[in-house]
Design a protein around this ligand. Structure first.
Ligand code: ADP
Ligand code: MG
Length: 239
């Protein structure tokens, strides 16, 4: 059954860039869908509309049948990791994680319980008092992931979470995220311009271009029968 439904959603920015163009997608409960495509294809804008950080100029988004198209982020059952992780680096890990929960008026004892649980989940048990600025790049990405998971979102939104990291760390974190996502059974949209990332992580891949879907299928099908130059060219370089 689909949890998230994106129906004919468009975003027209002032100056007439049609960043997302009548885009539709149904995402099943527990599914991880990768939005794959070149820079400027509308991936981030689409994700930001699901998270509530941009308002669509057309169309509708529902989660569990509820229309969320115009709700502010803190009223949505979503958690987002941004392309630049957007952590408060001068603050402690705990404060970064607690902020969104305070906005949602969660009691302090519950905040503490949740933060400790989620830090353990991402391999940062005991890091609550550490300043984010003093952590490594990989640890900071884990904090960003923890900050979205601590909201216990129905839908997890990840926008190129590992783009700034080296290849080795990226592959490791990719596996960790997939593992956590499957253990929690959390429905996930994962944005990337990395074909290898999409092919190795996704239940389904949406290949985007100019705000539209060029191909949507399981990774093995996208790999065997790529219908876009963006994927075909990449597979060509592997063989
Ligand atoms: P991607 O994440 O796939 O690289 P984006 O969603 O960031 O693509 O951008 C899609 C298009 O929308 C691009 O042409 C980009 O320049 C444009 N765009 C994105 N954000 C804005 C904005 N705030 N104002 C105007 N144009 C924007
Ligand atoms: Mg982007």
């Amino acid at each position: 059954m689909s949890v998230l439904k994106i129906n004919n959603v468009s975003k027209l920015f002032a100056g007439s860039v049609r960043a997302v163009d009548s885009f539709s997608l149904d995402v099943a409960d527990g599914e991880l869908v990768c939005l794959l495509g070149p820079s400027g294809s509308g991936k981030s804008t689409l994700l930001r509309m699901v998270g509530g950080f941009e308002t669509p100029t057309g169309g509708q988004i529902t989660i569990d049948g509820e229309d969320i198209t115009r709700l502010p982020p803190e009223k949505r059952p979503t958690g987002m990791v941004f392309q630049s992780h957007a952590l408060w680096t001068h603050m402690s890990v705990f404060k970064n994680l607690a902020f969104g929960l305070k906005l949602r008026r969660i009691p302090a004892a519950e905040i503490k319980r949740r933060v400790e649980g989620v830090l353990e989940l991402v391999g940062l048990a005991g890091y609550g008092d550490r300043h984010v600025a003093k952590l490594s790049g990989g640890q900071q990405q884990r904090v960003a992931l923890a900050r979205s998971l601590v909201l216990e979102p129905k839908i997890l939104l990840l926008d190129e979470p590992f783009a700034s990291l080296d290849q080795h760390l990226r592959e490791r974190l990719r596996e960790e995220v997939r593992d956590i996502q499957q253990r929690l059974g959390i429905t996930t949209l994962f944005v990337t311009h990395g074909q290898d990332e999409a092919l190795s992580m996704a239940d389904r891949i949406v290949v985007m271009r100019d705000g539209r879907t060029e191909q949507i299928d399981r990774p093995d099908v996208v790999y065997r029968e790529p219908q876009t130059p963006f994927v075909a060219g990449f597979i060509g370089t592997m063989n």
